[in-house]
Design a binder for this molecule. Sequence first.
Ligand code: SPV
Ligand code: MG
Length: 432
Amino acid sequence: MKTVYTCFATDVIHAGHLNIINEAQKYGRVVVGCLSDRASIRYNRFPTVSEDKRIEMYGEIEGVDSVILQNDMFYEDVIESLHPDYVIHGDNWVKGPESSIRAHVIELVSAYGGEVIDVPYTFNEDVKKVDMQIKEKLSMPEYRRKRLRQLISMTDIVKAMEAHSGLTGLSVEKTVVEGENGMLDQFDAMWISSLCDSTAKGKPDIELVDMTSRFRTIEDITEVTTKPIIFDGDTGGLAEHFVYTVRTLERLGVSAVIIEDKTGLKKNSLFGTEVEQTQADIEDFSAKIRAGKKAQLTDDFMIIARIESLILERGMEDALKRAEAFVAAGADGIMIHSRRKTPDEILEFCDRFREKDKTTPIVVVPSSYNTITENELVAHGVNIVIYANQLTRAAFPAMQKTAEDILRYHRAKEVDDRLMSIKDIITLIDEI
Ligand code: SPV
Ligand code: MG
């Protein structure tokens, strides 16, 4: 009896999957792989059903002989242990980002005479509906809110990218790339930066854009995305106001707020000591954290304390002392910020913090020390990396140059080559 293998990365079985099983049965005994949570996050989307439940669900499909866990997006683990005679898949992997996976599988199975079978991909109204149902489940506040904590426990490093509008949110949501090793990759979460939210409104980053407006930005983004949100809460304002902010953010489905230990007129950290900025008293800031933690209604929501000691050149000891105090006050994570060109002080902080505290998540924002890689950050105990402003910094020069060139040439022809086509822009947004 020959062995036919197929890998599922779905939370709901629909006609397309049943069709694959039916086809597979024609070739032999059918083994289904359940793509692990860890691999699903990078390859597909966040699973809404647990690994165990998915395995159980796949096992109940008529015609399935057994179910195994597939940890490797590239099938290496299963092909090595199972040596299937056939690997069967919908033909949607012939083109697009998944084609590198197909090519790799063909190489692996042909080494021992195995074959890949592509069956026509089923895409009908039913499949579309199931897709929508999963999307809905992913985007509802109660599911989205808890996803950051889940991601921290499921992946080495959570990658968050700045978003300040529906469009930038979509970009973070949908961008998938094939890395050097052929592995697919995508962002895990969105950072609603105060700098970019303010800049998009043509305003300075000084807590001038009020919370009502910032909440509106969150809603613009949540309407069109499913990924979890980390909100830049600036100083959090008065503790008496912060408690209300926490409640609203929770209700909107935000996973975490990061507040920084500054008082008075907040200026952007990247100004450092070039402008007057006052760091908050440890006890006052701890009281704000305690008030926020007491106000929150769910266990999912995270309040992350951001330490500005390195930005304001108050030294490493001060940063570490604050971290310890803020964790004791109930902070669910520590963000340490730096505006140095090299990561040395950040890495020293992480190493020293981790000597005493092995679990509290560490968040970093490598805007100035941008040579550091995600793997290096993982090696120093970092859990969340935030790319805080790159989309805004990429878009503005492109808009500026286009505006200048149209003025320069008294027509738009010269800029057209670098523009998205009209057809692409009008079909960029999915219709419901
Ligand atoms: C933001 O993105 O608004 C931040 C990070 O707070 S930074 O701009 O580096 O201060
Ligand atoms: Mg900010």
